[in-house]
Write a protein that binds this ligand. Structure first.
Ligand SMILES: [Zn+2]
Length: 340
């Protein structure tokens, strides 16, 4: 096929071949979260020639991301680029023959079905169980396969959710959503980049198998720790009374909220989404806030750093607020600085 010279080594691999390459080129994949796992998954699938990639992330590139989030550079940090935009820039320069759609947004009950409804496979690059439980419900409702991945410190895990009658969903594996603070996070105990590379690469390999219809798609939960020399395949049983994959109850998906605040992955950072998204007037706000601190306005976001308060505001009114100890403090900062 014309233009397939770049995939020569992959087509030569007997597990893929020309037929597999054609399937990859016709495949559509949504990657939710382009951080440590998402950048590696996106890099793999882009270079492998998956025809359509939608990359979604709600935040921008920060210096602390560079240690493991392989698509980003110091320049992306300096330009304060949203992760989805920076990722799409780098991906399209690696492979201009595929379609890459970048979405700068929070994935929640109000929009997830729109993001996943037209794809063949969803990749979990998120960093929290609330998003994963939501992905699990939305994917079950639309019968779209998805691949869980999670990492913290030197350990990680991955599992395919295959949407077959007898295969378990993520809720079968984890019946209840862990309470906030119950699990260590990358903010509290750190993370090293070999484990993110390994888990994400397993996810990418499983994606290639699923998308090409290969035999040997994993039906186990894989847990790894590169510091403790552990790797184990664990069998997960389908819960015959699972609220999601058996009873079809979608508690998270069916309760979209008009306005909400969410704590971000164990940091004292909060995301505020105002009721009825409206456009933020960056210029007027920047004029007003310039007296109170440092303001930076780009095409994609406005960043403010003031006396003990810092936030990023996106064009649709969504904000990420740092240094707020609880939800009411975050909402107060939003109201005082951005507007109620
Ligand atoms: Zn289930």
């Amino acid at each position: 096929m014309a233009g397939w010279e770049r995939y020569k080594r992959q087509i030569t691999f007997e597990g893929i071949g020309e037929e597999g390459q054609r399937k990859l080129s016709e495949a559509r994949v949504c990657i939710i979260g382009v951080g440590a796992l998402g950048t590696i998954i996106a890099n793999s699938l882009c270079r492998a020639g998956v025809g359509f990639l939608r990359v979604i992330d709600r935040d921008h590139v920060e210096e602390t991301n560079l240690q493991r989030q392989i698509l980003f550079t110091e320049r992306d940090v300096a330009e304060c680029l949203p992760k989805a935009v920076a990722a799409a820039n780098h991906l399209s320069s690696a492979n201009s023959s595929i379609t890459i759609e970048s979405v700068v947004d929070d994935v929640n009950a109000s929009n997830i079905e729109r993001f996943i409804g037209d794809v063949d496979l969803v990749m979990d690059g998120s960093d929290n169980f609330e998003t994963r439980f939501l992905i699990n419900e939305a994917c079950d409702k639309h019968k779209i396969q998805w691949i869980y991945g999670g990492v913290v410190a030197s350990g990680g895990a991955t599992m395919n959710v295959l949407m077959e009658d007898d295969t378990p969903c993520f809720r079968c594996f984890m019946p209840e959503m862990p309470e906030a603070g119950a699990y260590p996070t990358c903010n509290t105990v750190g993370v090293i980049n070999p484990i993110t590379g390994i888990v994400a690469s397993y996810q990418a390999a499983e994606a290639m198998k699923i998308l090409t219809g290969a035999d040997g798609v994993s039906r186990h939960y894989l847990a790894l720790d590169v510091w403790e020399n552990i790797s184990s395949y664990i069998e997960v049983e389908k819960n015959p009374d699972c609220p999601v994959c058996v009873r079809g109850e979608y508690a998270l998906l069916d309760s979209p909220v008009a306005s909400y605040a969410a704590s971000l992955c164990g940091q004292d950072s909060w995301q505020i989404i105002p009721e009825g998204r409206r456009s933020a007037d960056f210029d007027a706000l920047a004029d007003r806030l310039a007296r109170l601190g440092e303001v930076k306005v780009t095409k994609f976001l406005m960043r403010f750093d003031g006396d003990g308060v810092s936030f990023r505001l996106f064009p649709d009114g969504r904000a990420m607020i740092d240094g707020a100890e609880d939800e009411s403090a975050a909402r107060r900062i939003y109201a005082e600085y951005i507007g109620a």
